[in-house]
Design a protein around this ligand. Structure first.
Ligand code: SAH
Length: 466
């Protein structure tokens, strides 16, 4: 890191700008956000600079900067668009002990001005050491979108309320209070009734939180998606940021778990692997124990919690214990799998419906309506189907399915180690063995990868449109 980021208090300090053209205007626009005393030196003065001078916001001297002009200045910007004049101005600045920036000249500058996202008093500064201005602009644009415009106002009002919020004592309660304020309630109040409504909301939230003091916690069921952190919903991310306890499946990868707070308790409740095998009862008990103690528990499940996630069993247990819950859906692995092969889960004239089935259930290989599934034009996303592949093939062929029906296997969908195997029903177990597929995989029955258009279209298709 060559440039160390600091926030300098410019209140009452002198800042010099050498140059009075458009380049200077760009810098002045930023500097005018501060409380600095700004002095501008230059000959070719553009109207905007003249106007600021007339308004008394800057002091304009219509001549080139001279020795002694930078006395006691904190910063000096050389913005003349003229290398020789900039070098001269920079020398004057340095001699006076000011930090010097020459616009568009990183090498000879002592400091650089970052890209800024301004929600005063919240300020985000973005720097790339001059290496990638495009990247800085993109990050700025992303943040501009993500941070509500009201954040500045809310922060200012919130700041004045900090002492009152101290009465919540407990840091968990305080965090819940401020989170509700900054991510929802504050913004809603501001839009509905202005700053006065925001102050009232703070009081209401405080009372709520005091009354909730020893109340039970809650459980949020969150879909973690297929594994790529970018495929999380914003709700999932926010829930992770707020969690006290995260109970997660074996299939949720580390980069997603890292989004949880450092203080959060994280427990893998996997049913396989090297750790202890968790029974459903043990998971339910742990979830209820933490929530009853007042914790905000996240039950983080791979894909969508409502797809083969034993969600309702856990909801029943919570109902029985009288604990509140919320469900945040996620992207199920079949969606990620079909995206990876350039297909959709349904298509006019190909498959008007899609069955979501499992290869396995509590009793072993799962039974299904094989006759219906064997008909032309049927499609299914088969979860947990690797071990059952020979069984699936046997049942489907026995009920008249075409051995050439495409079955696309997507292992580790939406992860760095994703693999795709385009097989047919007749050769499915062999294709899986040949490719050595062992990771979590979805079998897309009746859907071939995009490149395999011909084989697919050769399938008997349904006549009507979907
Ligand atoms: N709730 C999850 C499914 C859990 S059951 C969801 O909505 O996706 C576990 C099965 O999900 C695995 O056996 C596998 O079939 C599938 N699965 C989970 N993650 C996967 C991934 N990244 N790629 C392919 N299949 C996956």
């Amino acid at each position: 890191m060559r440039h160390f980021p600091v926030f300098v208090n410019l209140g009452g300090r002198r800042v010099i700008v050498s140059g009075a053209g458009e380049t200077a205007v760009a810098k002045l626009r930023l500097l005018l956000k501060t409380e600095a005393r700004i002095a501008v030196f230059g000959e070719d003065v553009v109207p905007q600079v003249r106007q600021w001078a007339a308004e008394g916001r800057i002091v304009l001297t219509e001549r080139p900067i001279a020795a002694g002009d930078a006395l006691c200045a904190a910063l000096l910007y050389a913005a003349n668009d003229d290398p020789a004049e900039d070098a001269r101005a920079a020398r004057i600045g340095r001699e006076a002990g000011a930090l010097v920036n020459i616009v568009d000249n990183l090498e000879d500058s002592q400091f650089i001005t970052p890209a800024i996202v301004d929600r005063d008093p919240v300020t985000v500064a973005i720097g790339t050491e001059g290496a990638a201005p495009v990247l800085a602009r993109k990050i700025k644009a992303d943040l501009e979108e993500r941070l509500p415009a009201s954040l500045g106002v809310l922060t200012r009002i919130g700041q004045a309320f900090r002492a009152r919020a101290e009465m919540l004592g407990d840091s968990k309660k305080r965090r819940a209070f401020w989170t509700k304020f900054y991510f929802g309630a504050g913004d809603r109040a501001l839009k509905a009734g202005g700053e006065e409504a925001v102050r009232e909301t703070l009081e209401t939230l405080l009372t709520d939180e005091i009354e909730r003091r020893d109340g039970p916690g809650s459980v949020v069921f969150v879909g973690a998606g297929p594994g790529d952190p970018e495929l999380l919903t914003l709700k999932a991310r926010n829930a992770l940021h707020e969690a006290d306890v995260v109970l997660h499946d074996r299939l949720v990868p580390q980069p997603i778990l890292e989004l949880a707070r450092r203080e959060a308790i994280i427990v893998e409740t996997g049913k396989k692997g090297f750790g202890p095998a968790w029974t459903q009862d043990a998971i339910n008990a742990l979830m209820i124990e933490h929530a009853s103690a007042g914790a905000r528990v996240i039950r983080l499940k791979s894909g969508d919690p409502a797809v083969f996630g034993r969600l309702e069993e856990e909801l029943d247990a919570l109902d029985e214990a009288g604990i509140e819950f919320e469900i945040v859906p996620g992207i199920t692995s079949a969606s990620a799998a079909v995206a990876s092969i350039g297909r959709s889960l349904t298509r006019r004239g190909r498959n008007a419906s899609l069955r979501i089935i499992t290869g396995h259930d509590a009793e072993g290989f799962a039974d299904h309506d094989w006759r219906a599934l064997a008909r032309p034009g049927e499609a299914a996303a088969i979860y947990m189907g690797l071990k059952a592949s020979a069984f699936l093939r046997g049942r489907l062929l026995m009920h008249g399915a075409d051995a050439e029906t495409p079955v696309t296997v997507v292992e580790n969908a939406a992860r760095a180690d994703q693999r795709i195997v385009a097989a047919t029903l007749g050769g499915l177990p062999e294709a899986l063995a040949d490719a050595g597929i062992t990771g979590p995989a979805v079998l897309l029955y009746g859907i071939a990868p995009r490149g395999a258009q011909v084989a697919m279209d050769a399938l008997p298709a349904r006549a009507e449109a979907v």
